[in-house]
Design a protein around this ligand. Sequence first.
Ligand code: ADP
Length: 456
Amino acid sequence: VEYTTDVVVIGGGGAGLAAAVSAHQNGAKVIVLEKMPRLGGNTILSGGAFNAAGSPRQVAQGIEDSVELHYTQTFEGGDEQGTPELVRILVENAYPAVEWLESLGMKFNDEVFTVLGGLWPRAHRPSTPLGTGFIDTYQEYINATDDIEVLLDTEALELIVADGKIAGVMAKGLKGDVIVHANNGVVLATGGFAVNNELLEAYNQSWPSLAGIKSTNHPGATGDGLVMAEAVGANLIGLGDIQLLPLGDPNTGSLAGNIEKGVENRIFVNKSGDRFVDEGARRDVMTLALMEQQDSFLWVIIDSSDYPTGDEKNNFNESMNELVEQGRAFKGDTLEELAAAIDVPAENLVKAVEEFNKAAETGGPDAFGRTLFERKIEQGPFYAGARMPTVHHTMGGVEINTYAQVLDGNGAVISGLYAAGEVTGGIHGSNRLGGNALADIAVFGRIAGESAAAKK
Ligand code: ADP
């Protein structure tokens, strides 16, 4: 089959759907191509943390923050490898993107929090589980118009070039070839390559070895967009910058089952029951430290403040009682009982918690340099969850400018080609802050849609 539209979006994750809605708001007809049988990409699996500084929610909680601090933490947290102009666009447009999502009907909780490796309490949490709120919001917008069409089970294979411009996409659907002509251009929003072990091993410059490593990502994160973009001359940057998290499920790599609700009130211990890192540090710092522990294995240790009855849910919509029943978390009425349940020396676990509690009283920094504290770990019962390194995000990708236009190796715009989200490089540098990806995909998805609608 053949279609003609204004803007073709490849990828129906958070970036692609933001681009589709934004292109439509700016007057374009849109077709979204999604290779999986459903929309949502990694956003659906994520804990939903969306960093935005300068939010009235922060003011209400007495949290000091600024766009400038968000900029500095993002840029320095990525070892100054990000592109300053893109980082600036991200932080300046993050809170406006929250407002944009709200204008589309999305609901966020009043409380902001610090997400793993987010370094600061500026994460906004959707009121519905995981990242479903984002995708449902876009889906409702799409349902309400005839001018955005979504083709599921449709895998983009190649960009069509005509008269020196990107003019459409060759794809494959369940019933055969699909050709979509684009009057304005194509937005590449295909995500990263966290589940493509071949590419991970080929590009990896960040870690000793990634052979056989698992991932938090959905199965569509195979890096197709990089191949399509490179074929039309796009410049690929930062591909060696691969983000691992220390909090993957040991069996699946997934973030599901993680018992922490925020970073302030939990510690990590190794198989000897000893702490080994600042648990409020950058993601790469924590993961490297974890790789030095026996079997690269940690226990997240918390008390029951976040789970007073055990029926309360974690960030992945699972209740603590359900996790304990399934053997995916462990419980002890005292720290000694918990130590016995997870087979670590009780005296070490008790000492680790005591020292953490002392630091929590003063606010640190403690022996590991930790400064993020809220409460002590003292309210029984106590809980533990097993975690290991897992691939989470690929920071590198297609080079873009501040209009989300794709650039070639000479820094020139490739006419008609736009990109947003994890397929792009240059925003997060060598290490992405937790909570910055959902902000990134909304901010740059929105810009890409606007640019494509305007034929910029
Ligand atoms: P982002 O966070 O940047 O939106 P995601 O990985 O969440 O990235 O979403 C990317 C989406 O693109 C996924 O739903 C994925 O299945 C889809 N996708 C990846 N490659 C292709 C392709 N070749 N054709 C169509 N869709 C694709």
